[in-house]
Design a binder for this molecule. Structure first.
Ligand code: N01
Length: 539
């Protein structure tokens, strides 16, 4: 593959992957299997990506473990027995290390290898990549599997550096244990990370103050150990499970429901809501009434049911009211799934601060000052989210043709074809990045990795070494994403529109066409002999 003209531009590898998360590991495996030389660079000290950095107490899957895991190998699926339906971070990290070793991928990986710049050289059709330590790698293809939730966001609160106690971000959690025993702890943020962490540390701490700006529609995860009968059934059903995960619109095993909210009597609806409340994870979205996300009255009925549940669990009525969202409906933001979250507020050590009523003024040397006064702390946890979708790609110093910076090309928001390539940046791919997400992460990221690998193989088989998406194809896909952005349930209340990051363009960052649209477009590309791409030979 490495046809180059000068020694200066000789490639070190055919394929250079950035990121040892679930997508990068799979991309490395596929590239190796397809016969390319490959290397993977990872900024962290180990394997896992999101599941390496987010090691805060309570971090776990909210997709079923066996639906989030790799399904490319029957032997792997059979060999690895998940302990719980929704595995906790340490088990996930062990699993990903197991995969890396099982498929002999570690020798192609470099850790603590932070990419600081990546420059496309048009003469040789190669990428020159520079790392934080000054070392360089030249590759034919650059594949950034850098994830959507990999750049933690710290809000611009004054005095953050003045605090003399310990501070952590959930997305940058240290590998050593954090000792919460008898500490006065503040948690800022009540998204999926905050609400997972809070109940897990509640018993240890001396006091726990939860700083909430927006209440969330949390519903139970309903986790459980996987019994030996269930393990046997999972093994026996592997082919059917794989088929469903590879073809369903969301990449889950949950079945869709066939009834709308008001098809049922009040009594039947109440029983159905109880069933949903007790169902695992994302079943509450996928297996719900067909109109719950689209019909306002139907959505309000379900929200009333959740609010009633919160009031029945949380003993202090004022706290219960504060925990019930009043400014958005269920599904407008990504709903978190919880274990013992509402119950934790019955612990006298917990208190809730409503940041809409009393905003943070500043962080002091010893605590947090709000409009209501100062509270002192030993530990502050920032569970304040991420620069979603484009955050990591924007920080890698990527420059394409004529040294155009990716940040400039995307100044008004990402432009992509299938969420895998952008025009003007030949031989550069970004599976699992913006315009990709459509359900269970590893499933659509895996679709993209498969498509990218097949495209590289096609190019090699036809004697091409330069692959660049046609601007018209990019425009078509980007228009589709933007046009359908408001057709789903998410609104600008969600960070999926970039609204949590000051100055970020308000553009939809998921694939609003969903997985069916991705499948359809991939089929079209293949049927048209990859004409959506300009394929050429360098030199
Ligand atoms: O981040 P978030 P996250 N002052 O952005 C608040 C995945 N995930 O890390 O809503 C005060 O959801 C902010 O308040 P508001 C999952 O996809 C999965 O929790 O903007 N508060 C919000 O409460 C998830 O969606 C799992 O008003 C401020 C919180 O910080 C994604 O990661 C587990 C603030 C941020 O919530 C991100 O979740 C964990 C400020 N200035 C995460 N700025 C699984 O279960 C922000 N906030 C698999």
């Amino acid at each position: 593959m490495c046809r180059v003209t000068t020694a200066e531009h000789a490639t070190d590898v055919d394929v250079l992957i950035v990121g040892a998360g679930i997508t990068g590991i799979y991309q490395l495996h596929r590239a190796r299997e397809a016969g390319f030389t490959a290397q993977l660079l990872e900024a962290g000290g180990g394997v896992g990506g999101t599941w390496y950095w987010n090691r805060y107490p309570g971090a776990r899957f909210d997709s079923e473990s066996y639906t989030y895991a790799y399904i490319f190998s029957k032997e792997l699926f059979e060999k690895w027995e998940w302990r719980e339906h929704f595995a906790e971070q340490p088990e996930i990290e062990r699993y990903l290390n197991h995969v890396v070793d099982r498929f002999d991928l570690r020798r192609h990986m470099r850790f603590n290898a932070n990419v600081t710049s990546a420059l496309y050289d048009a003469a040789s059709s190669t990428w020159a990549v520079v790392l934080g330590d000054g070392s360089k790698v030249r590759a034919r293809f650059l594949i950034a599997a850098t994830g959507v939730l990999s750049v933690p966001h710290f809000p611009a609160v004054s005095g953050r550096d003045d605090f003399r106690g310990e501070q952590y971000h959930t997305g940058l959690w240290p590998a050593r244990p954090v000792d919460f025993e008898n500490k006065r702890v503040a948690v800022i943020g009540t998204g999926s990370s905050g609400v997972q962490l809070i109940p897990v540390i509640a018993d240890e701490v001396a006091s726990l103050t939860v700083y909430q700006r927006t209440a969330n529609w949390c519903t139970p995860l309903n986790n459980a150990p996987i019994t030996s009968d269930e393990q046997a059934r999972l093994r026996a059903d592997f082919e059917a499970i794989r088929e469903t995960l590879n073809t369903s619109p969301h990449g889950f095993l949950h079945r869709t429901h066939d009834r709308a909210t008001f098809d049922d009597s009040n009594e039947a609806r109440r029983a159905f809501y109880e069933k949903m409340w007790n169902s695992p994870g994302f079943a509450k979205l996928i297996s719900h009434y067909t109109d719950v996300m689209v019909d306002e009255t139907a959505n309000a009925e379900w929200c009333d049911f959740i609010a009633e549940k919160v009031r029945s669990i949380v003993k202090d009525p004022a706290t219960a009211e504060e925990l019930i969202p009043k400014d958005h409906r269920f599904g407008e933001k990504r709903p978190p799934f919880v274990t013992g979250y509402y119950e934790a507020f019955n612990n006298p050590k917990l208190s809730l601060v409503d940041l809409k009523a009393t905003p943070i003024v500043r962080v002091t040397e010893s605590g947090i000052e709000t409009a209501a006064g100062v509270r002192e702390f030993d530990i502050i946890v920032w569970a304040t989210g991420f620069d979603f979708g484009t955050g990591a790609l924007a920080r890698m110093g990527i420059r394409g043709r004529r040294r155009l910076a990716l940040n400039e090309h995307w100044a008004d928001g990402p432009k992509t074809f299938l969420g895998v390539q952008t025009a003007g940046f030949p031989n550069f791919f970004f599976p699992g990045g913006p315009h990709a997400a459509a359900g269970n992460n590893p499933r659509y990221n895996g679709d993209q990795v498969d498509f990218i690998t097949d495209t590289l193989v096609y190019a090699r088989d036809h004697g091409y070494d330069t692959i660049e998406v046609d601007p018209a194809a990019e425009e078509r896909w980007t228009d589709m994403v933007d046009r359908n952005a408001t057709a789903g349930s998410f609104t600008e209340a969600s960070y999926y529109f970039g609204t949590n990051i000051p100055g970020k363009p308000r553009k939809y960052l998921l694939n609003s066409g969903g997985r069916p649209k991705l499948f359809k477009e991939i089929d079209r590309v293949i049927a048209n002999d990859y004409k959506a791409f300009r394929l050429s030979r360098s030199g």
